[in-house]
Design a protein around this ligand. Structure first.
Ligand SMILES: Nc1ncnc2c1ncn2[C@@H]1O[C@H](COP(=O)(O)OP(=O)(O)OP(=O)(O)O)[C@@H](O)[C@H]1O
Length: 248
């Protein structure tokens, strides 16, 4: 297979963080230690030698317990983090839904934020005007449009974020657990939209703690544990093994 047939190629990627190895209580203490070169760090590898090849149009679930490296992997793919070792190659436009409220200004109203978030995703004002009603309708927030986002609940922000990110079909849609804060009915609606996008050819990466949701939405899955790739394969098989591991 040629490289352009893949949406994402991650080759032996390692992500390293420097973590302070002692407690520092304030900024002054930090700078004194920094100037005296007394700051002690220890290395922490959030991802260790992970490889993944995602073909265009495939849908992948990424699973693992808390702290296993799922968000780190998504941030690596979105370019928020750079690999310490290894490489990441992306082919196509990307709509990342990674952190709740990312791309929103809390002091602006929902109406203003729709345009702001649209601009962050590369859509001009005219385009956003054209799709405004559709976004609001999907998010079901007609009555809250003139409220600042800081007064939104986490579920309401997630609705709006998902509605804006999926108004056009991106080549690659990346969904972290932002959807888990939505209520059941909205999660079902998002699942349906993800399935529809998948049918239209969008490549999907989806982090979820719900095995059922991953099985419904994804054909493939990657299971991470302590930053390492435990299992990779079709979603049914990986999820069954993962559930067995959780139930031990
Ligand atoms: N900026 C950072 N600096 C230091 N360590 C970090 C940083 N970001 C993440 N980590 C560490 O990397 C590890 C993986 O974190 P990550 O957020 O990728 O886990 P996760 O699988 O998404 O977890 P969760 O299910 O809780 O969301 C954790 O141990 C976390 O503490």
């Amino acid at each position: 297979m040629k490289n352009e047939d893949y949406a994402i190629v991650i080759d032996h990627a390692t992500v390293r963080f420097n973590m302070a190895s002692e407690r520092i209580d304030n900024l002054k203490e930090y700078f004194v230690k920094l100037l005296k070169k007394e700051l002690m760090f220890k290395e922490f590898f959030a991802l260790k030698d992970v490889s993944l090849k995602v073909k265009k149009g495939e849908s992948w679930g990424i699973v693992g317990t808390n702290g296993s490296g799922k968000s780190t992997l998504l941030k690596l793919i979105c370019g928020i983090l750079k690999p310490y070792k290894g490489t990441v190659v992306i082919n196509g436009s990307m709509a990342p839904l990674i952190e709740l409220g990312a791309g929103f200004d809390p002091d602006l109203t929902a109406r203003e934020n729709i345009f702001l978030n649209g601009a962050v995703l590369g859509h001009d004002k005219h385009f956003m005007q054209e799709h405004f009603e559709e976004i609001v309708e999907f998010a079901e927030l007609q009555n809250f449009l003139d409220m600042p986002i800081k007064n939104y609940s986490s579920g309401m922000s997630a609705r709006l974020g998902f509605a804006v990110a999926t108004v056009v079909r991106p080549d690659i849609l990346i969904c972290d657990e932002v959807l888990s804060v939505g209520d059941y009915a909205f999660q079902q609606k998002c699942e349906k939209r993800m399935q529809y996008m998948r049918e239209c050819g969008t490549t999907l990466l989806y982090v979820s703690h719900s095995a059922e949701s991953v099985k419904t939405v994804c054909e493939k899955a990657l299971w991470l544990r302590k930053g390492e790739n435990v299992m990779i394969g079709d979603a049914e098989t990986v999820m069954d093994q993962y559930i067995k591991f959780l139930e031990r």
